[in-house]
Write a protein that binds this ligand. Structure first.
Ligand SMILES: NC(=O)c1ccc[n+]([C@@H]2O[C@H](COP(=O)([O-])OP(=O)(O)OC[C@H]3O[C@@H](n4cnc5c(N)ncnc54)[C@H](OP(=O)(O)O)[C@@H]3O)[C@@H](O)[C@H]2O)c1
Length: 409
């Protein structure tokens, strides 16, 4: 190593799946990063539960990488690092989605960068694209498959006709799902990522608490079978979009037509589609998680911070959150096999202004089912109709509904 090249000291908090991969990656790419930045990156200290002292690592660092996860002590360390004038790189979506306001405010006040490419969609460079490449575009909507675990489970259910529980067991065996998969399958992980994407796309301080989310535990092989018959694919979709003067941010399972850019994203992959009048639509996809993959995104952020363009403090706008939005629906009804059932259901739907696009009737006697796809309708109307349908004496089980994304590209 040339003696004229100055060291750039990176303090790493966490030596787990991502932290361990990150330290290795710095070693592997040192020469290249030195060529790009003119500085020599070195890991000056690592903190885990059994090694390192945070204050010492901070004192000896030029930048802090936070890969502990969760809220505390990650939040306290990130704040202390920024207040000490260090740039911070993190992959912590829960922290950013719950304490983003405080963190970005302190970053602005202290004139340091807070970078977080690894927090959303792993190595897919969606944060950079929204922050930098599309800084000149008005973004109307972001759609994302931002959780690889659930995308793997839904892909397996569609491919093999297995139940949710069977596909989850496969995901756990292959390392795509954790022993406690709740955050993933109940969509809290995807909701945190959509809160971050909404902040980036619209400059609005959206928090996790403002995101409505619904997971995939209730999806059955029947839903997959009907989806196939109707020519639709089922995905867990996060959406952040402008509606009038407001904003809707939500995550739920949704049917997609085959032409939709997210319909062909299968397995543990992530993808994000950004829609804007200036650019029409851009879709980015790739591995959404994994130690080496996420560490690559983290190292990319470190390299960007080493070549400093001073990041301007965030300017926030206030956009009201819209709760009642329009959507198409798939409605799954297990009904008595007798005359007049379809007419009775159709009457309730019509009374609530819900118009039906397609109907499939299947099975006989105890197996009789009615599956409908509606045209877009205000959710409040649809759910009022569904509640009334649930009271009809011909219903054998409570009705189930899944949203349908209408657009074809
Ligand atoms: N894994 C992925 O594929 C992935 C993908 C995208 C984003 N992320 C994000 O990246 C971050 C790290 O995830 P990970 O999977 O690498 O986690 P992990 O494997 O659980 O590693 C966490 C590390 O933090 C350390 N740690 C935990 N509590 C600590 C404390 N109180 N004080 C000091 N150190 C502590 C642990 O120490 P010990 O080693 O002593 O236990 C461990 O080294 C999280 O924010 C996660 O959401 C992960």
């Amino acid at each position: 190593m040339s003696t004229e090249v100055q060291d750039f000291r990176i303090g790493v908090l966490g030596r787990g799946t991502v932290g361990g991969a990150f330290a290795k990656l710095v070693d592997e790419h040192r020469a290249r990063i030195r060529r790009i930045t003119g500085l020599n990156p070195v890991v000056c200290g690592v903190l885990s539960r059994s090694e390192g002292v945070f204050e010492e690592i901070l004192a000896g660092s030029d930048l802090i990488v936070e890969l502990i996860g969760g809220i505390e002590p990650a939040r306290a360390h990130v704040l202390a690092a920024m207040r000490a004038g260090r740039h911070v790189v993190t992959a912590n979506k829960q922290l950013l989605s719950q304490h983003g306001d405080e963190l970005f405010q302190v970053a602005g006040e202290c004139g340091v960068q807070l970078r977080f490419e690894g927090a959303v969609a792993g190595v897919v460079p969606v944060v950079r694209v929204l922050q930098e490449s599309l800084a000149g575009a008005r973004i109307d909507r972001v759609h994302g498959i931002v959780n690889g675990t659930t995308n793997f489970i839904l892909s397996e259910m569609a491919r093999l006709g297995v139940t949710f529980e069977e596909a989850l067991a496969d995901a756990q065996r292959l390392g795509y799902a954790e022993a406690d998969p709740s955050d993933d399958v109940d969509a809290r992980d995807a909701a945190a990522k959509m809160a971050i994407l909404a902040r980036l796309a619209f400059g609005a301080p959206v928090t996790l608490e403002q995101v409505r989310y619904e997971g995939i535990r209730q999806i059955t092989p029947h839903d997959m079978e009907y989806a196939r018959e109707l020519g639709l694919g089922l995905k867990l979709i996060g959406t952040a979009e402008r509606i009038g003067d407001g904003l809707s941010v939500r995550v739920h399972p949704a049917f997609l037509y085959p032409g939709h850019p997210l319909a062909s994203v299968n397995g543990p992959f992530n993808a994000v589609t950004v829609e804007s009048p200036e650019i029409t639509e851009i879709t980015m996809s790739g591995p959404g998680a994994g130690g080496p993959q996420t560490a690559t995104a983290v190292l990319g952020d470190v390299v960007s911070a080493m070549i400093p363009p001073a990041s301007a403090p965030e300017e926030l706008v206030t956009l009201p959150i819209i709760e009642d939005i329009e959507s198409g629906f798939y409605l799954h009804l297990e009904v008595a096999d007798e005359p007049g059932v379809l007419a009775g259901v159709a009457r309730v739907l019509a009374d609530h202004g819900v118009s039906v696009k397609s109907v499939v009737q299947k099975g006989l006697s105890e197996q009789a089912r009615l599956v409908m796809v509606t045209h877009p309708v205000l959710e409040s109307r649809f759910f009022a109709a569904m509640a009334q349908i649930g009271q009809l004496p011909v219903m054998r089980r409570p009705p189930r509904a899944i949203r349908v994304i209408e657009e074809e590209f």
